[in-house]
Design a protein around this ligand. Structure first.
Ligand code: ACO
Length: 429
């Protein structure tokens, strides 16, 4: 059978044959080229047919070899490796190397990569001063977005996005500096002196040190919490063409530099329907306050008063595999930190929702944000920091997707079409 789609335009009676393209295997994605639809015209001077797809619910904007998700079966793989295996056996920086380069590093590649990241973690003192300009109660995500954008002014060579060596240097800088900026945003908020990076510590150990070090000469992270944060970072590192990544690719497609592009991606992530949901989950659990009030809360969700935060996903129509790992991890973290009282409310909410036809029929399951916030809170992170904790590891995915986009000969500046619904030409007189 030919790999084509035959379409009959009933306006004209004409038939068109459109070639079908595949991913690695047919079940990993099959698509027609939207541009082929333009040949379908009702008349000679017709513009040609467009594909109407608000929110890109069924549009493949690129070909990508980075992350594979099967939302029906609850599968997530980076470069072919299941997320569960990576989370158990590798560190965040090894997984970051995998996502960015396509293969897991050997020992020497890992050591060089880790040393590069470690050596770029300091930020210019002027950036520190810049951050002092924010109001005392500024949201740390707003601070992160603006400060990352400001890095663009410190590295003007980064505009040369077509040079692979220039790109590689900016990638190291961004991966290394995100935790520093994130921790400085927190310390600036609470009025603590900044804690500078400690090159002896791991990526997540150093981040914990920059966040929580007080008067002790050297901060020693609890290895179990350091590992838990590492796993959380692995789970958040990439998620193919989500809202933030789409922003990164879209802004990057104009050849804007990677700092402003990452700032745009982080801004997209900040929204409560995306990475800001983890913060909203905690606010929701606080508002519910007690397990007894869960049924009443669920009724209000069903009545359409608001959405259950941390539930539902554009792609997963099954349990989010990341939420599954986090639910297990929560118990390990709570053994060290003591149980977060919000957990009981969350478990009851999940139990009731998963039995209720409203959620079952819409295939609404807990997503990654449902449990991550409860764990972050138990680890001592304030709620406002949750989206920031998402942005740090997601920087890896943004940069890998940006790089892939720049090297893809099919890619052009992102410029969707519209279907005009306004007035036809008219005269003001
Ligand atoms: N609570 C209650 N109802 C919901 C929820 C929810 N969390 N999510 C979706 N629905 C309902 C919608 O009201 C709609 O019902 P209807 O058909 O009766 O109108 C139906 O399910 C489909 O919802 P859509 O908004 O069309 O689904 P979409 O794929 O566009 O949205 C999204 C996905 C934005 C994640 C949505 O599920 C949501 O808002 N969830 C809560 C916020 C959240 O947790 N976001 C984090 C996602 S994970 C991440 O970004 C890292």
């Amino acid at each position: 059978m030919p790999d084509t789609l035959t379409v009959t335009d009933n306006r004209t009676g004409q038939t068109y044959e459109l070639p079908i393209q595949y991913g690695t295997y047919p079940e990993y994605g099959a698509a027609i080229r939207c541009l082929d639809l333009r040949n379908i015209k009702a008349s000679e001077d017709d513009f040609g047919l467009l594909a109407y797809d608000p929110g890109f619910t069924n549009t493949a904007s690129c070909k990508s070899s980075i992350t594979h998700i099967d939302g029906e079966r609850g599968i997530l793989r980076y470069r072919g490796y299941p997320i569960q295996d990576l989370a158990e056996e590798y560190t965040f920086l090894e997984v970051a190397y995998l996502i960015l380069n396509g293969e897991l590093p050997d020992d020497s590649q890992r050591d060089t990569w880790v040393s590069h990241i470690t050596n770029h973690s300091m930020i210019h003192e002027k950036i520190k001063k810049f951050m002092e300009g924010f109001k005392y109660d500024a949201h740390p995500m707003g601070m992160l977005v603006s400060t990352v954008a400001a890095l663009s002014t410190f590295y003007p060579e980064s505009r040369n996005v077509t040079d692979p060596a220039v790109r590689a240097l900016q990638i190291r800088r961004l991966v290394a500096k995100m935790p520093t900026i994130a921790a400085f945003a927190y310390r600036s908020n609470v009025g603590f002196p900044y804690s500078y990076p400690d090159n002896e510590l791991s990526y997540t150990g150093n981040f914990l040190s920059m966040m929580f070090k007080m008067t002790e000469p050297r901060y020693r992270p609890d290895p179990a919490l350091e590992k838990a944060l590492d796993v959380l970072f692995i789970l958040h590192a990439d998620h193919e063409q989500n809202c933030g990544t789409n922003a990164m690719r879209s802004v990057g497609s104009s050849h804007a530099d990677p700092y402003v592009s990452v700032a745009a991606a982080a801004a997209a992530l900040y929204g409560p329907r995306h990475g800001g949901a983890n913060e909203q989950v905690l606010r929701m659990l606080n508002e519910i306050g007690h397990v007894d009030r869960v049924p009443q809360y669920v009724e209000r969700v069903k009545a359409g008063d608001f959405r259950l935060m941390g539930f539902g996903h554009r792609v997963y129509k099954n349990y989010d595999p990341r939420a599954k790992i986090l639910k297990r991890m929560a118990d390990q973290v709570f053994e060290l930190t003591g149980k977060n009282p919000m957990l009981d409310i969350a478990l009851e909410l999940e139990r009731i929702a998963l039995e209720d036809d409203y959620f079952v029929s819409r295939k609404l399951y807990p997503n990654v944000d449902f449990y991550s916030g409860i764990i972050y809170q138990a680890m001592g992170f304030p709620v406002e920091m949750f989206p920031v904790l998402f942005a740090i590891p997601r920087t890896i995915g943004w940069l890998a997707q940006w790089q892939e986009m720049l090297e893809d000969p099919d890619q052009r500046i992102a410029r969707p079409r519209q279907i005009y619904t306004g007035e036809d030409e008219r005269s003001p007189g």
